[in-house]
Design a protein around this ligand. Structure first.
Ligand code: NAD
Ligand code: ZN
Length: 384
């Protein structure tokens, strides 16, 4: 077991924290967050609820970058500002917020360009392999513990830079909108912002976890006529219907390549395909499932472990291959808009939540996702 929960922390504000300790750290570690020592532009917040996303599992079991541990995992949370440091102008104690794994400083050349959300100030700009910022406020026995994706939401408290936090509507239920911190904005935005799905089009979504289901929802929102849901786990198809999928394909039911199956179903291929698995073979299949001439395929699944390959003729024939980080949303702008869309009942969130647990049960939540038994588990971290 790589994770220990119910860790006793020395700082008065902490009762329960989660640390990932593949090597030396074992249970009963003392984890300290220097949350009271605020520096310019930082504030400390109490996490109320957090989702468990496959990217947490990726770091833990697949990426396993040796310099990426120990770390406090979790990046799909929502909470309340507890205190602010000098220079923090946008937030006040008591504000409801969503931590952002992609920052938006509004000053760098990427923030200033409407075409991109790749803010230069975040961990992803330089530390995408380690998946953490150089600087961390978490320590354990005097040793630094990394803040995963600059957020660390599997913790009662965390300290964030204000460029990586979105203030949201005070009416928002934190145990639902936490999902907008990653998975749902990612999938929905990949369809709407990155693929730019068109009304009347035919789409295919590969992988029906929360990210893929949100992509299905995005395709429907954009007016797609046919949405073909592809997964090797047929248990996911019922849920996909709820979000607007019109057809279902299990690659395991076919002897021929899935791209051929989809080409036959759609008279030559889909207009838009989205890969929401994180597997380079599936990425290639998704590209090849697009029609020549104008097909657009978007890579959403996360991996830095393998190269992918494709025949150049697939692109020469008019297909476009793109990638999408956090659904192309500029995070501080996009997340409050998505919260509003949820409150206005324009996007669904409740339907993604299959399990509710406490932070102490995080290992069970990880096991559920590993075995494809959940869509999203929301862990309650502190009282709302
Ligand atoms: P998940 O584990 O809940 O869902 C993955 C789904 O893919 C499962 O339903 C699984 O059965 C299916 N699958 C596995 N192999 C398949 C195959 N060969 N063909 C079709 N389906 C297959 O994961 P999730 O939380 O929904 O995340 C999905 C991916 O998105 C992960 O790779 C995650 O790291 C990534 N992600 C990317 C971003 C981004 O900004 N680009 C953000 C968040 C998550
Ligand atoms: Zn995520």
């Amino acid at each position: 077991m790589l994770l220990t929960s119910n860790i006793r922390a020395t700082q008065n504000t902490f009762n329960e924290l989660l640390v990932l300790n593949p090597e030396s750290l074992r249970s009963n570690v003392e984890l300290v967050l220097s949350g009271k020592l605020l520096i310019h532009g930082m504030f400390s917040g109490q996490i109320v609820a957090t989702g468990v996303c496959h990217t947490d599992l990726y770091h833990l079991f697949e990426g396993m970058h040796k310099d990426g541990f120990p770390a406090v995992l979790g990046h799909e949370g929502a909470g309340i500002v507890e205190s602010v440091g000098p220079g923090v102008t946008e937030f006040q104690p008591g504000d409801k917020v969503i931590p952002l794994f992609i920052s938006q400083c509004r000053e760098c050349r990427f923030c200033k360009n409407p075409k991109s959300n790749q803010c230069e100030k975040g961990w992803a700009a330089e530390h995408y392999d380690v998946m953490a910022l150089e600087e961390s406020r978490f320590t354990c026995k005097g040793k630094k513990v990394l803040q995963f994706m600059g957020t660390s939401t599997f913790s009662e408290y965390t300290v964030m830079n204000q460029i990586a936090v979105a203030k949201i509507d005070p009416a928002a239920p934190l145990d639902k909108v936490c999902l907008l911190g990653c998975g749902i904005c990612t999938g929905f935005g990949a369809a709407v912002n990155t693929a730019k799905v068109e009304p009347g089009s035919t789409c295919a979504v590969f992988g029906l976890g929360a990210v893929g289901l949100a992509a299905v929802m995005g395709c429907k929102f954009a007016g797609a006529k046919r949405i073909i849901a592809v997964d090797v786990n047929p248990d996911k198809f019922e849920k996909a219907k709820v979000f607007g999928a019109t057809e279902f394909v299990n690659p395991k039911d076919h002897d021929k390549p899935i791209s051929q199956v989809l080409a036959e179903l759609t008279d030559g291929g889909v207009d838009f395909s989205l890969e929401c698995v994180g597997n380079v073979g599936v990425m290639r299949s998704a590209l090849e499932s697009c029609t020549k001439g104008w097909g657009v395929s978007v890579v959403v699944g996360w991996t830095d472990l393998h190269d992918f390959s494709a025949r150049p003729i697939n692109l020469i024939a008019g297909r476009t291959w793109k990638g999408s980080l956090f659904g192309g949303f500029k995070s501080k702008d996009g997340v409050p808009q998505m919260v509003k869309a949820y409150l206005d009942q324009k996007v669904k969130l409740d339907e993604f939540i299959t399990h509710n647990m406490t932070l102490a049960q995080v290992n069970d939540a990880i096991e559920l996702m590993k075995h494809g038994k959940c869509i999203r588990t929301v862990l309650s971290v502190s009282p709302q």
